[in-house]
Design a protein around this ligand. Structure first.
Ligand code: HEC
Length: 152
């Protein structure tokens, strides 16, 4: 009597394990690239708040920086259609609301600060100050669909 039960228990355990492994793989392929996939994002970045308030003058400063540094790849309205966008590895669509949901301010800050290895985006920490990157973060948020008049 003991053997069939233990065999059944083992069977359950194994199929449970298989489901877990398959689920983990499915999750991994859907999950956006954060710490891995070429980005360097500190674990607490999602909780980070901008020390710079996103008022009109900061957004205007962010817009000027975006136009001189980001527009060539990300395009005039952030859709990823700038003249230097790579066709096979396009810059992300910054207006996409689904991307916005997984890009809290601190994560956007570090994506811009550290850049990405592949698909390649330059790091701006050697070119811009922290306050300048925060200003760009505030401006990028205005490009998101549903973020205000500027997004349409
Ligand atoms: C040389 C081209 C290039 C330049 C210049 C560039 N980027 Fe990018 N950017 C990319 C590429 C390529 C990606 C990766 C695309 C992806 O994640 O799907 C990316 C990704 C991003 C992301 C992450 C999008 C996401 O949903 O994960 C943000 C935010 C971003 N860029 C903002 C900026 C800002 C702000 C600037 C200017 C300070 C800038 N980029 C300059 C090419 C560029």
């Amino acid at each position: 009597m003991a053997r069939p039960w233990s065999r059944l228990a083992l069977g359950c355990l194994m199929s449970g394990l298989a489901v877990t492994v398959v689920a983990a793989h499915a999750g991994a392929s859907r999950r956006p690239a954060q710490e891995s996939h070429g980005w360097t994002i500190p674990p607490d970045a999602a909780r980070l708040e901008s020390p710079v308030p996103g008022d009109a003058s900061v957004v205007a400063r962010g817009r000027r920086l975006y136009e001189s540094r980001c527009r060539r790849c990300h395009g005039p309205s952030g859709r990823g259609d700038g003249p230097e966008a790579e066709r096979d590895e396009p810059p992300g669509d910054l207006t996409d609301p689904a991307r916005a949901a997984r890009n809290p301010d601190g994560v956007v800050f570090y994506k811009v600060w550290n850049g990405r290895r592949s698909p390649r985006m330059p790091a701006f920490k050697t070119e811009l100050s922290r306050d300048e990157v925060w200003a760009v973060v505030h401006y990028v948020k205005t490009l998101r669909r549903g973020a205000g008049d500027r997004s349409r």
